[in-house]
Design a protein around this ligand. Sequence first.
Ligand code: SF4
Ligand code: SF4
Length: 334
Amino acid sequence: MELKKDKLTEALLLLRGASNVILPVSNDGAPVFKLWDGVAEPCLSANTSLPPKDLLFPRSEKMYDYNVKTGNISEISSNKKQTVFGIRPCDVRSIENLDHAFLESGYTDSYYKTRRDGLTTIALACTETARTCFCDSMGLSPNDAPGADIVLNDRGDAYTVKSNTEKGEEITRLWKSLLSKETGKASKASGSVVCDFKARADKDLPEKLVARFDDPMWDKLSKACLGCGCCSFICPTCYCFDIGRENHGASGTAFRCWDSCMFSDYSRMAGGHDPRPSKKERLRNRYLHKLAYFNLRYGVTLCVGCGRCVDKCPANLDVTRAMDIISEGVRADG
Ligand code: SF4
Ligand code: SF4
């Protein structure tokens, strides 16, 4: 089935009647995910600088109110329905990774689960990749998003519409009057996009990384790091958080907010001991978590190759360079 582009606004308005719609709109020309107001033109030319992670895992969120005198605790949860439109294949895979961490690790995070149950994903396959995209090196494809409820593929004047789940079927029923049979004519390259940028993520990378835990390369790789945490905050798969409390006498509110393992006080314990006292240990932990520990635990890599940290790191640190060095490939002495 396909959706003609001149029917896109109608399709989005139908979605908006059933849930909040979040899609990329232009912010000075750069696409940014925003709650759609029913008017703004979707900006679908490139992926967003920030992933839509906070739809499931907000930067800060209230968890529960408490009263120490009465012993009352009331959980605060958000169960609004949300549809994210125009999410790219790498960011769809990142949600699958977050599912492992929040839902499948032996503990179910109720805050995440409520948001996840209410979320529908309508992915847009990529027709071109950015300078720093390397998703195909990480086992993904820019052309498909099997974990999305719906995948759209740009065919020039229309999008092909493929439903993967029951939530996706619901959308195709909602769009029934707008969908037509595929014409078979594709005026735009689609389905054959590859990333120019590559990383040598061979299948033995997790074991190789663990084996080089004490390698002096970590000093060299981490030398320029500023400890700013930007790489964690823009990463679609980073999920560390800190829990705090706001007290007002006997009552208060507990909240959580994003944290970063690249911050110097992240792993400091009561008493002052810090098992990761320098940036060498912190960067090593970040890369080992992304590229080794998560794989060994869940069988998938925690890096989806979106390239955001490569693009935005103020010190030009590059996760693909670490992969290359470990895999004894190109740029090993860079
Ligand atoms: S963005 Fe770069 S400089 Fe900042 S913490 Fe991450 S690796 Fe270090
Ligand atoms: S580590 Fe970097 S390239 Fe990998 S998913 Fe996170 S931001 Fe994207």
